[in-house]
Design a protein around this ligand. Structure first.
Ligand SMILES: NC(=O)c1ccc[n+]([C@@H]2O[C@H](COP(=O)([O-])OP(=O)(O)OC[C@H]3O[C@@H](n4cnc5c(N)ncnc54)[C@H](OP(=O)(O)O)[C@@H]3O)[C@@H](O)[C@H]2O)c1
Length: 289
């Protein structure tokens, strides 16, 4: 018997929309195309995804799965606009990709199955040869009737499923932002300070910072954050911490708030790892000076 491909419409021709379309098309789903606010952006997404076409909002009636991959603050408006353009196809799966919102954004829509697939990985603009979703966690939420299809979609996207029912989604999303976007901000500040030092130059500064960050993440994964911590704060080298702050204030002042916030977090870990209270208090005083 011939298997009929799952038909999918994507609202939001952005980073996630294109990544989803590419992965789903590769998994032999029938990606009908993109609905966007700007047809030119939707056409660019069609080109980047290599599948589908530019669609009108009412075209969701042709799909078994309707994906809303729009910004978190645009989600309710996009769902309302889709439902206003045409009534949902009975039993179709409507899902969004936001970490911030729950299923309540679909309240008031009758006859649909509701779901969330939140890929817990940074997905930048498409670059050839990069498959950002493959092997990443996908946090799933859905109505009981949606579970089977959600898991099938997750598999086709190449995501590893995690159960995300219940809990505080804004807090969960804040944690995701801290881990992913916070790390990117930290990378930029550290690379700028490293380049300003003149010890290494140009692209080498970014390469060194990337190696340090990868090593620190590896140590956290291998040993946990308490045992994985190294450095001046962990050792209680107060004069060195004071020198760091002095030079950052002089040559890379934008990095000072990040240095202070992360050093305070590191100090909590250092205390837990056994740094003597006297040395820890001296580091705290240097940070607060
Ligand atoms: N990128 C990531 O790393 C990542 C990871 C996990 C989850 N997510 C989630 O995925 C969702 C999309 O994120 P993204 O990074 O892909 O955002 P994005 O690149 O900014 O793309 C969002 C797209 O949605 C379009 N849009 C906004 N309102 C719309 C509407 N009413 N109808 C149709 N299209 C509309 C935007 O149009 P314009 O072009 O006009 O702005 C834009 O093209 C968010 O909920 C985000 O939290 C993102």
């Amino acid at each position: 018997m011939r298997r009929v491909a799952l038909r999918i419409v994507i609202f939001g021709p952005g980073r996630i929309g294109v990544a989803f379309a590419r992965a789903l098309a590769r998994a032999r789903c029938d990606v009908l195309g993109f609905v966007g606010r700007d047809p030119a952006r939707a056409a660019a997404a069609v080109a980047a995804a290599g599948c589908g076409r530019v669609l009108a909002a009412a075209d969701h009636v042709h799909a078994q799965a309707v994906v809303f991959a729009v910004g978190d603050d645009d989600l309710a408006g996009a769902i309302a606009a889709a439902a206003a353009a045409a009534p949902p196809r009975p039993c179709s799966l409507w899902l969004h990709t936001s970490g911030r919102h729950g299923l309540e954004v679909f309240d008031g829509l009758a006859g649909i199955r509701r779901g969330i697939v939140h890929p817990t990985t940074p997905v930048p603009a498409h670059s050839p040869g990069v498959e950002p979703l493959r092997g990443a966690p996908g946090v799933l939420v859905g109505d009981p009737r949606a579970q089977r299809l959600l898991r099938a979609l997750c598999r086709r996207l190449g995501l590893v499923p995690f159960d995300g029912h219940g809990g505080n989604r804004a807090l969960y999303h804040a944690a995701c932002a801290l881990a992913a976007n916070g790390l990117t901000g930290l990378f930029a500040e550290a690379a700028a300070a490293c380049a300003a030092s003149g010890v290494v130059r140009g692209a080498d500064a970014a390469r060194l910072v990337e190696a340090l960050m990868r090593g620190a993440l590896q140590a956290c994964g291998d040993r946990g954050s308490v045992d994985g911590l190294t450095g001046a704060v962990r050792r209680g080298d107060t004069a060195t911490v004071a020198a760091h702050l002095c030079e950052l204030r002089a040559h890379a002042p934008a990095a000072v708030p990040a240095y202070l916030a992360t050093a305070h977090a590191a100090l909590r870990l250092a205390r837990a790892a056994g740094l003597s209270p006297m040395r820890a208090d001296a580091v705290a005083a240097a940070l607060d000076a």
